[in-house]
Design a protein around this ligand. Structure first.
Ligand SMILES: [Zn+2]
Length: 362
């Protein structure tokens, strides 16, 4: 039993998920690309790592002060853990393993050599019992648990370009089909022509490219269901459908490239001659991915120590945890150089009922 959630992310800043010191041409810090399409993406592993951290932060922020650091004291309420929290949400109070949760449940486990039992009451390492550890996985001496939540890469779905008619978002027919946004769309298209809402502009510029308009893209307004990003709402009239062969090319030639000065960590001054350039996915880009959540039924019969089905969180609580922690992407962001104004994202999904993002939540 697998629940699939389709998620959308809009970059509020340029987003830099780096390859780690690999440079192409004039750019020093390149970003991760899909090896087949050559289009930049945000890897699922990066998404999983940050979201794990954000669920942990959200959970910790609800612990009452006296229980935050004192794991031993939490035993007072081991039968009613709702008393450990201020305004606990269902996903916090209805999963008993959360009484072992600590900030160290995020990030690398410092103590994978400990047993699951030994990890219950220590301040270091993953606890192995809370919704974060069960949901995202952990590895202990006597038990390796893959987790229940799996993230696909976030792929660019709509990419902003400047045109004489204002900012438009390019995509391709196959992307609209595969994501179910416009399943009915015609995917026959000339190699070098584009389609717009009206289809009656003879030519249109996409950045510096000047292309012939072939006709209307015929996206069905009623089926076009992209969640809102704060106040921003993408409409079919903002969309331009380009041929597959051009998509990667247009994206790669319209990426953000920023020049920064390296700061000497000892003197705090700019290092002489230490200019470097970094690529980034530009602000306004909309990405798409899938989260798969394995229902605890899928693990029934696996009597692995304490991690059998009785002690796994329900799917609805995992979804709630993701939904209620995603606001951290709007302040702390994802990827590198977040202290230099990079990385903030709004994440939303039609399946996070209500559909609306926390928007400008502080
Ligand atoms: Zn934990």
């Amino acid at each position: 039993m697998v629940e699939e959630i389709s998620i959308f992310a809009m970059a509020m800043d340029p987003v830099h998920v780096g390859t780690g010191g690999y440079s192409i041409g004039m750019v020093d810090n390149t970003i991760v690309r899909d090896p087949i399409t050559n289009v930049p993406k945000i890897p699922g592993s990066t998404l999983a790592g940050t979201w794990r951290y954000y669920v942990t932060l959200e959970l910790q922020s609800h612990f009452k002060e006296e229980y935050k650091a004192d794991l031993k004291k939490r035993e007072e309420h081991q039968d009613d853990i709702s008393k450990l929290f201020n305004n606990p949400k269902d996903w916090m109070k209805n999963f008993n393993g959360n009484r072992f949760a600590k900030i160290k449940c995020a990030g690398q486990d410092e103590e994978p050599q400990k047993t699951l039992e030994e990890s219950k009451n220590t301040d270091t390492g993953h606890c192995g019992h809370c919704i974060v550890c069960k949901g995202f996985g952990f590895s202990k001496k006597n038990m390796r648990w893959q987790g229940m939540i799996f993230f696909s890469d976030l792929q660019i779905l709509f990419f902003p370009v400047f045109t004489i008619k204002g900012t438009k978002w390019i995509t391709t027919a196959s992307k609209l089909k595969e994501t179910g946004i416009a399943p009915e769309i015609e995917d026959k298209q000339s190699e070098d022509k584009i389609k717009t809402e009206t289809g009656d502009e003879k030519y249109l510029n996409l950045g510096w490219l000047y292309l012939e308009v072939e006709g209307p893209h015929n996206i069905d307004k009623n089926k076009f269901k992209i969640p809102k990003f704060g106040k921003f709402n993408l409409k079919p009239e903002d969309v331009i459908v380009v041929p597959e062969s051009l998509f990667a090319h247009i994206v790669n030639s319209n990426l953000e490239v920023r020049t920064s000065v390296a700061i000497d960590p000892i003197t705090g001054a700019a290092k002489e001659g230490a200019l470097f350039t970094s690529e980034a996915i530009p602000r306004g880009t909309i990405l798409h991915g899938t989260i798969r959540i394995f229902n605890k039924k899928a693990f029934e019969g696996k009597k692995n120590d304490e991690s059998n089905s009785e002690t796994l969180p329900e799917t609805k609580y995992l979804i709630e945890a993701l939904k209620e922690s995603r606001h951290f992407y709007e302040t702390l962001g994802i990827g590198g150089m977040t202290t230099r104004g990079f990385g903030r994202l709004i994440i939303n999904s039609n399946e996070f009922e209500g559909g609306e993002s926390s928007g400008n939540r502080k």
